[in-house]
Design a protein around this ligand. Structure first.
Ligand SMILES: [Mg+2]
Length: 330
């Protein structure tokens, strides 16, 4: 990127994406968040996530789509902490051969997501290099009703999951052309979930005062449930038969030889960006009401139990241990 190209890109960001006030119009060396922004209460939660072409998306992904996915990954982490989105910083490494149209698309795409999720840009950095397109985002949010953490699960807690499971995992396979046997509309639903996950920004903060532990599902239900167990004195039993599936995922499951094994494989796949949380049994009514308020479905998928580690109820109804490796980068 030439120097002038870099500054014209920053000007586009400042014009369409910069937060009024805190960003200082992206014209200074840093952003400023004052006590006034915090409304005098709560805590500031900071999260960071990076998305790279070929790792978090296909290698020919557009900058706009990759940036939106990176932003949504961050928003999902904020939701898991019970925080309401406020600001983000974005660092982007463009390939040398990108053009101005790609910049315009990125600004347009992020403007759409900023509006949808109530967040605005306050800074970052932009470079061009020989490597793949890469977008790193640091997002900030306000936790006014308390924060939620991975530890804190209690024996007897219900285990809940927002939305559906496995759509992102199947969406990647659609994007790679592996599920052509599914109807076109089912493929479109799955691919959309993979490219543009729906962070649960409304539900997370509403749940914060009522749940004992919460995490967002990025590496697979089994892997992330395993993280809740690792930080608790109790174990978890999950019921594959209870996992909520989209109509598209259900179609896929019904087409598999072993439906139980198919459900289990969806629990091992990444890119859900749903919330997994545990809460006392007496909170059931409250949680259902909050889910209704947030217009986000929630499903009970298991129970926190005595013992250590992650278990599932197998096809014969027996409780058995499960390998919770999930996706890891290395
Ligand atoms: Mg996370």
């Amino acid at each position: 990127m030439t120097k002038s190209g870099e500054f014209s890109f920053i000007a586009k960001l400042a014009r369409d994406l910069a937060a009024p006030g805190a960003s200082l119009s992206l014209g200074d060396d840093g952003a400023v968040i004052t006590q006034k922004d915090m409304h005098g209460k709560g805590a500031l939660v900071a999260v960071a996530d990076m998305a790279q072409a070929g790792v978090h998306a296909l290698s020919d992904v557009s900058a706009a789509d990759l940036a939106r996915k990176a932003l949504r990954m961050n928003l999902s982490d904020l939701a898991a902490m019970g925080a309401v989105p406020a600001y983000y910083l974005q660092t982007i490494s463009w390939p040398h051969d990108h053009d101005a149209a790609a910049q315009d698309d990125l600004v347009r795409g992020l403007a759409q997501d900023q509006k949808a999720f109530g967040i605005a840009l306050i800074g970052g950095d932009t470079i061009a290099g020989p490597g793949p397109l890469c977008v790193s985002i640091t997002a900030l949010g306000w936790a006014n009703e308390g924060i939620t953490r991975r530890h804190g699960m209690q024996v007897g807690d219900d285990v809940w999951l927002s939305g559906t499971t496995g759509d992102g995992f199947l969406g990647l396979q659609v994007a790679e052309g592996q599920l052509d046997f599914l109807p076109a509309d089912a493929q479109a639903v799955l691919a959309r979930h993979y490219h543009f996950p729906e962070p649960r920004v409304r539900l997370g903060p509403l749940l914060a005062p009522h749940v004992n532990a919460m995490i967002d599902i990025s590496d697979g239900v089994l892997a992330d449930a395993g993280h809740l167990c690792a930080d608790a004195d109790s174990g978890l039993v999950l019921c594959p038969d209870a996992m909520p599936l989209s109509d598209a995922a259900r179609l896929w499951v019904q087409g598999q030889e072993d439906e139980y094994a198919a459900r289990l494989s969806l629990m091992g796949g990444g890119d859900d960006y749903e919330l997994l949380f545990t809460a006392p049994v007496e909170k059931r009514k409250t949680i259902k009401q909050l889910a209704c308020d947030a217009q986000t479905p929630v499903t009970r998928i298991g129970t926190a139990c005595e013992g250590v580690g992650l278990f599932i109820r197998d096809a014969a109804g027996q409780v058995v241990g499960v390998n919770a490796a999930g996706f890891t980068h290395f």
